[in-house]
Design a protein around this ligand. Structure first.
Ligand SMILES: C[S@@+](CC[C@H](N)C(=O)[O-])C[C@H]1O[C@@H](n2cnc3c(N)ncnc32)[C@H](O)[C@@H]1O
Length: 318
């Protein structure tokens, strides 16, 4: 009975009832409640403490804030009282302000994702992670207009950018010049037979260039030949697809690749442990990309020494 009297007494305050109704609609922190009921923070804190002591609301910590929500549900004996508070006329327009507040919360979340989440900072992350790499000698197979080349050149010791299309190379050269990148050598050549020394490169990248060449195994073999022992090849390719138009309009020779088939081709080119990283499908594109990385094996270890035998020339024990 005493508890009931206390509860009735506590709910006899109109501001407290308004607060109870608001936290019954949404989980709110103190500043939010203050902005909704328009009374001083000290007064709101006092009301919240009272409602918590009566076990009408609960308190939870999240992200440095304390949030309050209704603790009583429809099965509780006090529910009819809460129902009355919920259904009372909204003379102060609390519920309309609450709707606005919840909308602002939602907008802030969406905006935050748009502006600040990794999707907006991939380039920074890529540069930060690349700065951890040792200085590498890189070859960009089929560099096109050099979009990837210039990114590689930001952290590589040297990039050899190869393409057989002189117009694309001119554009790539111009972009590198504009960015002041001086560690790129542009080479007009056929990826199937390159005028480059064997075993002198740390990394060969093929970004969507393999599907342009009929004899893709020859290209992979050339890439493997250029690598130092322990050097890596990274291939970005498309999954098999049915977009026939890319043959005539873009000059594709392959409608994508089965990753397992390309893994086998990399092994056949002498690369070890080709490892697959699949990308999620971009709903707006009919193409799905994947990455394969492979390593040129280190020089084979020397065979273990044969067990020692007594030399025929060794002096015999007397
Ligand atoms: C789709 S583009 C890729 C551009 C760049 N790698 C990228 O990811 O942005 C393919 C490029 O490969 C080049 N290419 C195709 N076959 C080639 C070959 N046999 N030798 C040299 N370059 C070739 C094309 O000229 C084209 O610029």
């Amino acid at each position: 009975m005493l508890e009931l009297t206390e509860t009735f007494k506590a709910l006899g305050d109109p501001t407290r009832l308004r607060i109870l109704r608001l936290v019954g609609e949404a989980r709110l922190n103190v500043s939010e409640v203050v902005s909704l009921v328009g009374v001083a923070q000290s007064s709101v804190s006092h009301h919240l403490t009272k409602l918590k002591a009566l076990e009408l609301i609960r308190e939870e910590r999240q992200g440095g804030f304390t949030y309050y929500s209704l603790m009583v549900d429809e099965k509780a004996p006090l529910w009819p009282l809460i129902r009355l508070a919920k259904d009372a006329p909204d003379e102060h327009g609390d519920l309309a302000r609450l709707t606005e507040l919840l909308q602002r919360r939602e907008d802030a979340l969406t905006l935050n994702e748009k502006l600040l989440e990794p999707g907006q900072s991939w380039r920074l992350w890529a540069s930060a992670l690349a700065s951890l790499l040792p200085p590498l000698d890189v070859v960009d197979f089929g560099c096109g207009t050099g979009v990837l080349t210039v990114e590689l050149a930001r952290w590589a010791r040297h990039v050899t950018a190869i393409d057989h299309n002189p117009a694309a190379l001119d554009k790539a050269r111009a972009e590198a010049g504009r960015l002041g990148l001086r560690n790129i050598t542009f080479l007009e050549a056929d990826l199937k037979a390159l005028p480059l020394e064997s075993g002198a490169q740390d990394l060969v990248v093929l970004s969507q260039s393999l599907h342009h060449v009929g004899a893709s195994d020859r290209v992979l073999a050339e890439g493997a030949r250029l690598l130092r022992p322990g050097g890596r090849m990274v291939v970005l390719e498309l999954m098999p697809h049915d977009e026939q138009w890319v043959r005539s309009r873009l000059g594709h020779q392959h409608l994508g690749f089965e990753p397992a088939a390309l893994q086998n081709a990399m092994r056949a080119a002498g690369l070890e442990t080709p490892t697959l990283v699949a990308a999620p499908r971009d709903a707006a594109s009919p193409f799905k990309a994947f990455l394969l990385t492979g390593t040129r094996p280190l020089a084979p270890a020397l065979p273990p020494p044969a067990p020692l035998r007594p030399s025929p020339l060794a002096p015999r024990a007397p």
